[in-house]
Design a protein. Structure first.
Length: 518
């Protein structure tokens, strides 16, 4: 099923030599009229909600490719005959978890066997466990929270490298009083909101997998969750290749089944009583056997265009500007057109690509339209896993997601978000780019209390996990049409999308020409 494709060597394109077109100021090329045309096209019923692998997504990707070609960007993929194209193919499989899948908790001479869907649920199942089997040790990491500014770090005195990190939901308290600040206590108190942050923290500490012990509210939804998570869309990759999964496997464990696993910790997962103090789970082995039934295989693609840098010394360094093209497709409620999520981001990136091509900066730039974001970042993982140069050559990645609506605590602003380890420096870099050029209303986040989470939940996470400097530009996701059929083009604030486009251009251009980037 896999089509043989090749990343072209960066200096050797199959297209004519790239030439800049400087007949007008690049910023003037970004117009509300063109943004509106892009969004109305991408979010039209004819594209059927752009579900990964659908005919509608294919049509949307061809539209993107035609626009990149018209803007003068070079394709970066080619076939054995030397034909270049803008698509980066990805093979997918849709599979279900077999009821024969199991988790065994072995402690000394005792063993408890759990059946998938009954007392444990695979939340992110990938091939990171070879052949669906894993046998290893576990470490209890308490709440799995690392917030040193609040004086709380569950990883401070424990090593989870190569192990399964077991954590409980909720936020720490003492005597019934929260030990974290108000915003963070509320954030971690919701497993739905905080699960991704806990996962990222564990993986940055090199955990090989995660078990989250469900809280009482989640346990009440157990059957519904088991049904929802039974089916998985995964990327197919060559056996043995690194980076083959979503993140690494994540499992949800019912409180009743967690008793044996945590009995030596002093914490009772059913009653919630006791101190959740991180400790190694001595003499305890976890044995996973996951079996899959493949229902369907299909192919999809990222869309990628390239602008080579103008500086002989810096052209082999890169800035990546991206947005996810996929959305939710068609369901019983109707067509999920995803005008804000994320036709708005794609339109912005298209306009930025056109503007950059008019006057290429010193570093080279990739413009990427990812597939599979709604299913767990498939396209961005594939792009990073198959990058044609060293990942250390990526000076900055910029992700644009949902920039077309007014929402949240700062309705008239764009939000610039960067990860914990680079927050202040990247925030200042964004602010400088904005002030020196377009001066739009921008709120940068480098104080955790601002968002609770302290980072985004889109394709930028993939770059973060690879140690690549990355920022997310968004308008937020709190408007009433988020992930609903009512997310339509007529509700978009096109002036805001134009502001976002100009800001991304200013940031990308400055990053691609600066001597040094945070």
């Amino acid at each position: 099923m896999r089509r043989r494709t090749y990343w072209l060597l960066i200096p050797l394109f199959l297209t004519p030599p790239f030439t800049s077109r400087q007949e007008k100021d690049p910023l003037d090329s970004i117009t509300v009229a063109e943004l509106k045309d892009h969004i109305y096209c991408l979010a039209s019923d004819s594209f059927g909600g752009r579900l990964t692998g659908s005919e509608g997504f294919k049509q949307a990707s061809h539209y993107i490719a035609s626009q990149l070609n018209a803007a003068g960007l070079a394709p970066v993929a080619g076939d054995s005959r030397g034909k270049g194209f803008y698509f980066q193919p990805i093979d997918f499989t849709i599979s279900t978890i077999s009821p024969e899948s199991s988790l065994r908790i072995r402690e000394s001479q005792r063993e408890a066997a759990l059946v998938s869907g009954d007392k444990f649920i695979p939340m992110l199942h990938s091939k990171a466990f070879k052949n669906g089997h894993y046998e290893g040790t576990a470490v209890f990491v308490g709440y799995g929270i690392e917030e040193p500014k609040d004086g709380w770090n569950d990883y401070e005195s424990i090593d989870v490298r190569g192990k399964i990190a077991v954590m409980i939901a909720g936020a720490p308290t003492k005597g019934g009083k929260p030990l974290l600040s108000e915003g963070k206590n509320k954030f971690y108190g919701s497993l739905g909101q905080s699960a991704q942050k806990r996962m990222i923290t564990a993986f940055l500490h090199r955990a090989e997998g995660i078990i989250i012990v469900a809280d009482s509210a989640t346990a009440k939804m157990w059957r519904q969750l088991a049904s929802m998570m039974n089916k998985s869309t995964r990327r197919l990759v060559p056996d043995g290749k690194e980076g083959s999964g979503h993140f690494y496997p994540v499992f949800l464990l019912h409180p009743e089944a967690a008793g044996m696993l945590l009995k030596e910790t002093g914490f009772d997962p059913v009653s919630g009583r006791g101190e959740a103090k991180p400790v190694p789970l001595k003499n305890t082995t976890l044995i996973f056997d996951l079996k899959y039934k493949i229902e369907r295989e299909f192919a999809c693609q990222n869309v990628v265009g390239f602008v080579p840098g103008s500086d002989p010394k810096l052209k082999d360094e890169f800035v990546v500007v991206g947005a996810h093209l996929d959305h939710l497709g068609i369901k019983n409620e109707g067509i999920f057109n995803g005008a804000d999520d994320n036709a708005s981001g794609c339109a912005a990136v298209l306009e930025v690509a056109e503007a950059i091509a008019l006057s290429p900066p010193r570093r080279s730039l990739f413009f990427v339209f990812y597939t599979g974001e709604e299913g767990g970042g498939h396209g961005s993982f594939h792009f990073v896993d198959n990058f044609p140069s060293s990942l250390g050559k990526i000076a900055l990645a910029i992700n644009v997601d949902m920039v077309g609506r007014n929402c949240g605590r700062f309705p008239n602003h764009l939000l610039g978000i960067s990860p914990d380890n680079l927050k202040l420096e990247l925030a200042q870099f964004m602010e400088k780019a904005n002030k020196n050029s377009v001066n739009v209303k921008l709120k940068t986040y480098f104080q955790e209390d601002d968002l609770g989470s302290s980072f985004g939940g889109s394709d930028e996470v993939v770059f973060y996990l690879r140690g690549i400097p990355v920022v997310l530009l968004t308008g937020g996701a709190s408007h009433p049409d988020y992930h609903k059929v009512s997310d339509d083009p007529e509700k978009i604030n096109y002036d805001k999308v134009a502001d976002a486009s100009r800001l991304v251009y200013a940031l990308a251009a400055m990053a691609a020409s600066a001597e040094k980037i945070p």
